[in-house]
Ligand binder design. Structure first.
Ligand SMILES: Cc1ncc(C[n+]2csc(CCOP(=O)(O)OP(=O)(O)O)c2C)c(N)n1
Ligand SMILES: [Mg+2]
Length: 808
């Protein structure tokens, strides 16, 4: 049995001297492991066998000897975090999870890799929702940044809550990478920050097989990686016999625990070790072939006729891990218990963080309407008023910027920067690890990927905010997408939106970017028109606990609409801003964000000049609107009225076809002009817009309008389906309007609450259920059958029948 940590160096616990098992045992595990991976890929003739086989010895060192974790409770708070950044090597992780005793990772599940089973927990890349997986990986390089975020989380919690004799948080973060992660920009951005921050609780393990998809890695990379890592502030270690030398690898891992810098272990391995094609790029992403698989087993002295065979000796080898894990967890719980007695106030706050909850009074940080500015104000400034309070008062917020502090207004009062305490900058901006203001430098992709790591540390423990110009969230898009995919909450403060950005010109004017983020599943892209809507945007973002939100803000001053704008309206995605009494209106104008001013001015002019009566709808968030009941949506847009709807927004019109018949929008890149002049140049002037709309109204009066316009129906099911809003209404007997389905973490005993992507989750009474979305919107008979079975086993007093009827 491996002893549990005693000594501590640089704040990181070490396992006491390791007593290694004899080499024969290592050899047996290595052989069985590699043969098993070969079988898994051969079964459905696909997958990624090469690196999973090559990394076998690294896995033994990590899972058997060095990593602190508990297979019986993979999510205990102070566990070491592990990120498989080279996510295609997922079989490696799955098989180790099975061997160490993670209950859900059965032999049967291992065989489901690449199968058509929809309940498989062995997808082609690790996915966060499966037990024992910290983050979803697959887009190479991002995992490194996630790991940096996880390591930051530990540093920040430790600096905030640990007290002498009470290390309530002291875990290590391990990150496995291949050649590719060191080529991807985001990986290198994160490497640079980890070195700068001296994150000595982070260890990157490099599976250096010098192979990528195209061939040997030197077709595109010939740099001296060790020298580079060294220059970036990392502790660099080498293991030359990485295919077999478990002891050398374990010793290197142990050395990482003692380092005062982040550690990079360059482990030389052979891709598909044991295969006839070992060392060849062919083995990266294809099954090895029936003959090769037989040959591998024969050469290992295993029976070639046996598949998926794991002898008892291999299970025995890992047998001690379960108890060791439990002991680690127990030790942590004891520490927390003693800590609660010694430091009760701190322990209460720590308890909230561990529970993933914000203090209940967070709403007090959102200024009430009567304290908001009434004079024209840039929405970035309005947002600053709120972020400043949230950042100052609530310790789960980690507010960052990609070098745009002066522009984004996110630096909060009494902020402490997250920095290595040793750093002394030339400009005097210093900090320590307790800091929650982060200078990410000009690294937008890493900023958002690191935020994913922070958010994934433990759901709700951190709520990361980032900030930059909206245009540069294009650099960050792959990370925002991964947050959305994983259901990781965060708030992105995206200023300088639309052509109003002005003189910086078309490079800085994100005319097409809104369409991307509006289309991205499980993402809230909110474009508020004034301070009250900014407040609504923050409330929606904070309540969306499974969702990243981008709040899109203006550089230029915007008029305020105290009598019209409404935070509740933002929660519904769109709402009537200015109504025409009775049914006698001629046109509906949709005003969005910074361009609301043009909608309102056009409304006035249409009446004065042409006697045309225009309603105005404010439409800050398409996704929130999609989640409303059909009847609400129709009351806002009045698609059956036979009157046209026109959206006014200085972005590409893509996506508005669903709600509007026409647009005043952008069909080309912007232009370098002062804000007002840029708007004028592109025709955003009330008299020009009014004239166009007058023509449209006349055309419709003459030729009529098709009745179904503005009633686009998404027949695919859940998100975006009218059925969702109706279903919620039905279930809650009208007590809760559809807005509630964004609320998560239901309190036991409370009324039903709903959350959608990436799960459908709801509580009824004291019970809480969580189902994968494919059970809600089955795409095939087989899925429907599976869903029925699942729903049959899910009972809620008085609801079951109705619910399944709605869903199936
Ligand atoms: C951002 C991104 N680009 C491309 C890919 C496709 N891809 C998957 S693996 C791989 C090369 C992997 O090389 P390496 O990390 O050395 O893994 P190995 O071949 O050694 O298994 C590529 C290009 C990806 N997953 N992510
Ligand atoms: Mg490689």
């Amino acid at each position: 049995m491996v002893p549990i940590l005693e000594e501590k160096t640089n704040g990181v616990p070490v396992l006491a001297d390791i007593s290694f098992e004899p080499q024969e045992k290592h050899d047996l595990v290595l052989k069985v492991f590699r043969a098993f991976i070969a079988d898994q890929c051969q079964q459905y003739n696909g997958g990624h066998p090469g690196s999973a086989m090559g990394m076998a010895a690294i896995g033994i060192a990590l899972y058997k000897y060095v990593m602190k974790y508990s297979p019986r409770n993979c999510s205990y708070f102070n566990r070491d975090r592990f990120v498989l950044s080279n996510g295609h090597a997922c079989l490696w992780q799955y098989l180790f999870m099975h061997l160490v005793g993670v209950k859900s990772m059965t032999l049967d599940q291992l065989k489901s890799y690449h199968s058509s089973r929809t309940d498989s927990i062995c997808p082609g890349h690790p996915e966060i929702e499966n037990e024992g997986v910290e983050v979803t990986t697959g887009p190479l390089g991002q995992g490194v940044a996630n790991a940096v975020g996880l390591a930051m989380a530990t540093k920040n919690l430790a600096a905030t809550y640990n007290r002498p004799g009470f290390d309530v948080v002291d875990n290590m973060t391990w990150c496995m990478i291949g050649d590719a992660c060191l080529q991807e920009g985001v990986g290198l951005e994160a490497v640079s920050l980890a070195g700068h921050w001296k994150l000595n609780n982070l260890c990157v393990i490099y599976d250096n097989n010098s192979i990528t998809c195209d061939g040997t890695a030197d077709v595109a990379n010939t740099e001296d990686i060790n020298a580079k890592m060294h220059a970036t502030g990392w502790n660099v270690l080498e293991v030359s016999q990485g295919d077999t030398d478990v002891v050398a690898i374990a010793n290197a891992l142990m050395a990482a625990r003692k380092s005062d810098k982040p550690t990079f272990i360059n482990v030389r391995t052979t891709i598909a070790y044991g295969s006839g094609n070992a060392g060849n790029a062919k083995t990266h992403g294809a099954a090895l072939g029936v003959e090769d698989v037989r040959r591998i087993k024969e050469s290992f002295g295993l029976n070639p006729d046996e598949q998926f065979h794991i002898p008892k000796g291999v299970y025995d080898f890992f047998q001690d891990i379960l108890d060791r894990g439990e002991a680690l967890e127990k030790k942590w719980q004891d520490t927390v218990q003693r800590y609660s007695k010694e430091h009760p106030i701190l322990a209460t706050e720590f308890g909230l963080r561990v529970a993933g909850r914000m203090p209940d009074d967070w709403t007090q940080c959102i200024l009430p309407e009567d304290q908001l500015p009434t004079e024209p104000t840039a929405s970035r400034k309005s947002a600053g008023l709120i972020t400043n309070l949230l950042g100052e008062k609530i310790s789960s917020f980690v507010v960052g910027t990609a070098d745009l502090t002066p522009s984004c207004h996110v630096a909060f009062n009494k902020k402490v920067d997250f920095q290595s305490p040793d750093l002394r900058t030339s400009c005097g901006l210093n900090g320590d690890y307790s800091g929650r203001y982060v200078h990410y430098g000009i690294r937008e992709h890493a900023m958002c990927s690191i935020s994913n790591g922070l958010a994934a540390f433990h759901k709700g423990t951190f709520l990361p905010m980032t900030s930059s110009f909206f245009m540069f969230y294009l650099y960050a898009a792959p990370a925002v997408r991964m947050a959305a995919l994983q259901g990781l909450q965060q708030i992105h403060i995206a200023t300088h939106d639309s052509i109003g950005t002005g003189e910086d010109g078309p490079t800085h004017q994100p005319v097409e970017l809104a369409a991307l983020y509006r289309a991205m599943p499980n993402t809230l892209y909110i474009r508020p028109c004034d301070s009250e809507e900014v407040a609504g945007a923050f409330i929606a973002a904070i309540q969306a606990t499974e969702t990243p939100t981008i709040i899109s803000l203006s550089r230029q001053n915007l008029p305020q609409y105290p009598k019209r704008s409404s935070r509740e309206g933002v929660a519904r995605g769109a709402y009537v801003f200015s109504e025409v009494e009775g049914e006698q209106f001629d046109v509906t104008l949709i005003g969005v964000g910074s361009e609301m001013v043009y909608a309102m001015e056009t409304r006035d002019l249409l009446l004065q000049k042409y006697g045309i009566k225009a309603r105005v709808v404010s439409f800050p968030c398409q996704r929130l609107f999609e989640q409303q009941r059909r009847s609400y949506k129709q009351s806002v847009l009045k698609p059956g009225s036979g009157k046209p709807t026109v959206v006014i927004e200085a972005y590409a019109a893509n996506g508005w076809e669903r709600y509007a018949d026409a647009s005043v929008s952008m069909r080309r890149f912007g232009k370098s002009l002062p804000s007002k002049a840029a708007y004028e140049y592109f025709g955003y002037e009330a008299d020009k817009i009014a004239l166009k709309i007058k023509d449209l109204v006349e055309e419709v009066r003459k030729d009529g309008i098709q009745v179904l316009r503005g009633d686009f129906r998404d027949l695919n099911g859940y998100l975006g389906s009218p059925a969702v809003g109706d279903m919620i209404d039905h279930l809650t007997h009208g007590r809760y309007r559809s807005r509630t389905h964004r609320v998560r973490r239901p309190a036991p005993g409370s009324a039903p609450r709903f959350s959608f992507p990436p799960f459908f989750e709801f509580a009824w009474g004291a019970e809480m259920k969580r189902l994968p979305l494919d059970h809600l919107a089955p795409q095939s008979d087989k899925e429907r059958q599976l869903a029925k079975q699942r729903w049959a086993a899910t009972t809620f007093p008085g609801v079951e029948g109705k619910l399944s009827q709605y869903l199936l």
